[in-house]
Ligand binder design. Sequence first.
Ligand SMILES: Cc1cc2nc3c(=O)[nH]c(=O)nc-3n(C[C@H](O)[C@H](O)[C@H](O)COP(=O)(O)O)c2cc1C
Length: 166
Amino acid sequence: MSNATSPKRVALIVASTRTPRAGPAISKVALGVIIPLLPAHITVTVVDLMDHPLPLYTADPIIPAGIARPIAETAYADPATNAWSALVRSFDAFIFLTPQYNWGYPASLKLALDALYHEWAGKPALVLSYGNRGGGKAAGQLRQVLEGSAHARLHARGRTRFRPRT
Ligand SMILES: Cc1cc2nc3c(=O)[nH]c(=O)nc-3n(C[C@H](O)[C@H](O)[C@H](O)COP(=O)(O)O)c2cc1C
C-alpha cells in the first residue's frame, strides 16, 4: 500500500534535442538545486528525449486517450511508442525542462506528450524553462497544454526560469 514515504520516482525530462544544446548542462544545474530539497524516498532520473525518438507520422489507428487500461506492452503500433509508454508509466511525477524556441517549446516535447495520454494523467508536473530571455513564453504554453484538454489531469504546479549566462 502506498503511503507518504513510499518510494516515488520523478523524471526530469530534457526536452531539447539539438546538437549542440544547453539542455543537459542545465539539467545538471537543476538536479543540484532540486535533489538536496527532496526527502530520501523521492528519486529523480534524467530522461533525455534525445534517447527516445518517436515517430512523427504514426500509423496508430487509435488516439492515445482511447487506449484501454491497464495499458498493454503492445498497446501502440510503434515499438518506440510502447517503450516510451512503459518508461513514462514507471514515473510518479515529472519535471519538464524546456528551452524556448520562437516563443514556444520544442516540437520534440509536444510529440513526446501527444504520443501518450493516460501515462501522464493525474501525475504532478513542474515546468522549468530557459532561453535567451528566460523561456517564459515556452513555459506558459507548456503549462496551458499540461492543464488543458489533452492532459486534463496532469497538473502544472510551478515554474522556474533559467537564464544561462553567455
Ligand atoms: C530555433 C531557435 C529559436 C529560439 N527562439 C528563442 C526565443 O524565442 N526566445 C528566447 O529567449 N530564446 C530563443 N532561442 C534561444 C534558446 O532558447 C537558447 O539558445 C537555449 O539555450 C536553447 O536550448 P538548447 O540549447 O537546449 O536547445 C532560440 C533558439 C533556437 C535554436
